[in-house]
Design a binder for this molecule. Structure first.
Ligand code: CA
Length: 241
């Protein structure tokens, strides 16, 4: 076996996608569509095979059906995050548009959600956003909408205007911009800033309010969105979920 068979994500040209879906026709159409778009595809039709593939290979995105034989999508996602400590972005698919399913999926660690039936073009667009996230973690120049952040120069600008941030606000904004468009749990944000030693519960609120005043308030479009009871989403796209 070659010692360099696993290429780091940042150097890889082709994005790898794992599809876990037990419905044969749906699986085949997703597989073919994404393969045509240039993705390297792997597929599993049950939860146990899916989990095995997910932990033994390195993927840029996992597309995960909610209802699966073996273990279901929520359980698979939870095991991936909690047991395997695997951060690969997960796009969850479900047949029902119920808030309960959605919240359950997010609580298990899914990054995005799509309700069947969906247009393959929309699926591809979401896979693209998620796959770019991994690449983003190696980038020093972050950009979301008209906001840019330069990690080396420690500089933030929006719509051409320079924005002054204190170190804590800069740290929060960096994390948001490295993880755009997805739901970020409050605890995840606290961990990103203070690791395992967060101060009192109002500290995050205070720092976020400072950040919002600097980054959102002077501009017509807000980027930091509160998802009630859950956390936050940093995006210039729809932020209803
Ligand atoms: Ca299914």
């Amino acid at each position: 076996m070659q010692p360099d068979t696993i290429t780091p994500i940042a150097q890889r040209v082709t994005m790898r996608v794992l599809l876990v879906e037990d419905h044969q026709d749906i699986a085949a159409s997703i597989y073919d569509f994404l393969e045509e778009q240039g993705y390297e595809m792997d597929a599993a039709s049950d939860g146990i095979t899916g989990l095995h593939l997910a932990v033994s290979n390195s993927y840029d995105v996992i597309i995960l059906d909610l209802g699966l034989p073996g273990i279901d999508g929520v359980d698979l996602c939870r095991r991936l995050r909690d047991d395997a400590r695997n951060p690969t972005p997960v796009l969850m698919l479900t047949a029902r548009d119920s808030l309960h399913n959605k919240l359950e999926g997010f609580a298990a660690g899914a990054d995005d959600y799509l309700v069947k039936p969906f247009a393959l073009q929309e699926l591809a667009a979401r896979v693209k956003v998620l796959s770019e996230r991994a690449t983003r973690l190696f980038t020093k120049q972050l950009k979301v909408s008209d906001l840019t952040l330069d990690l080396d120069a420690h500089e933030v600008t929006r719509d051409g205007h320079h924005i002054d941030l204190n170190p804590m606000a800069f740290k929060l904004l960096t994390y948001f911009m490295q993880h755009p468009h997805r739901l970020i749990k409050r605890e995840e944000l606290e961990h990103a800033v203070w690791q395992d030693d967060p101060p009192d519960s109002d500290a995050l609120r205070t720092h976020l309010s400072n950040l919002r005043n600097a980054v959102d308030k002077p501009f017509s479009q807000s980027l930091i969105h509160t998802v009630r009871g859950f956390g936050y989403r940093f995006t210039d796209q729809h932020a209803d979920s």
